[in-house]
Design a protein around this ligand. Structure first.
Ligand SMILES: C[S@@+](CC[C@H](N)C(=O)[O-])C[C@H]1O[C@@H](n2cnc3c(N)ncnc32)[C@H](O)[C@@H]1O
Length: 298
């Protein structure tokens, strides 16, 4: 991230969730009704203007059709990962989870639009201080009420100990906790990823981590997927948020095991998106065998 500036990739993914909410036919994968307000893309017109800018950046790397396809892929991938968190949260709550920690929260709006799902939970948004103060301004400008059960914890994964930040923020290490860590691993060094997993694996049994990850090219399901990831790598590097680490599923599973997680799963798009789309997987531009999500349980 650029010093003193909020995450630009956080803005991009919020706009993609807004695109989904405003333009995707039913059934939608995710209903992020606040993404538009928080990212400034609150009407179909504004959303189109912003998306044109994203499209321009992608078209510079490839042709128009490939850029369109890639934006759809990215939109669906950010919506699927956020939906998976909602589903896991509902399950974990029924099994005694009492904390929900959003790591690298960006403009994630779960805490503001899902009061029922979050009733009875303490919610913590942990993010880089530059992104967090900008989010607070976006919330204020949008007149979005901050729920009483939400605490903001400023934190830099590369320069501070997560353990200390969690304690200072009031996160209890004795409570069953759901961690959402979406769109963050790839922007961190391997040391920071390992350090984070080591802390999360110390939470009580029943705690769950949902994260996405970038795989090395040899693990991608198709050449097309490999070239999409390469394009994304270039785009985010241009936003001064370069990818810093990548994991094969085996390497990440080993990291989870080494950090005391008892179980990890790497669902394919086919495994999870099918139910979100009422069986209409053809709507996705993604390969059904693609794996970019991990659910790890302590
Ligand atoms: C692509 S955004 C994802 C935001 C959100 N999780 C989502 O899915 O919409 C990446 C997030 O990682 C955070 N981030 C990146 N590097 C970080 C660091 N070193 N310390 C803390 N947060 C960081 C950014 O502030 C940003 O909110």
């Amino acid at each position: 991230m650029e010093d003193g500036k909020p995450s630009q990739t956080a803005l991009m993914v919020a706009m993609l969730r807004a695109r989904h909410f405003l333009h995707e036919p039913e059934p939608k994968i995710l209903r992020d009704s606040l993404a538009g307000l928080l990212s400034g893309a609150s009407s179909p017109e504004l959303s189109s203007q912003y998306l044109d800018q994203i499209h321009e950046a992608f078209s510079a790397l490839s042709d128009n059709e490939t850029a369109q396809k890639f934006i759809s892929q990215l939109e669906h991938s950010v919506c699927i990962r956020a939906r998976l968190v909602e589903e896991e949260l509902a399950l974990a709550k029924a099994q005694g989870a009492s904390q929900f920690v959003v790591l690298g929260a960006g403009l994630d709006s779960t805490a503001y639009r899902e009061p029922e799902l979050l009733t009875g939970l303490k919610v913590f948004e942990i993010d880089h201080p530059d992104s967090q103060s900008w989010k607070k301004e976006c919330l204020l400008k949008g007149n979005v009420k901050i729920p009483d059960n939400l605490t903001f914890v400023p934190f830099d994964f590369e320069n501070t100990t997560l353990d200390a930040a969690l304690t200072a923020g009031g996160v209890s290490k004795n409570k069953i906790t759901v961690f959402s860590w979406l769109g963050v691993q790839m922007y961190l060094t391997d040391d920071a990823v390992k350090g984070t997993l080591d802390v999360l694996g110390g939470f009580p049994s029943g705690s769950t981590l949902i994260m996405d990850f970038v795989s090395p090219s040899y693990e991608t399901a198709t050449n097309e997927q490999k070239s999409s990831v390469d394009d994304l790598r270039k785009i985010v590097a241009g936003m001064r948020e370069p990818f810093l680490s990548e994991y094969s599923t085996v390497a990440l599973a080993n990291r989870f095991a080494g950090a005391n997680f008892s179980k990890s799963e790497f669902p394919t798009i086919g495994d999870i998106a099918d139910q979100y789309l009422g069986g209409d997987l053809d709507r996705l531009e993604m390969h059904p065998k693609a794996q970019y999500l991990a659910v790890a349980r302590v």
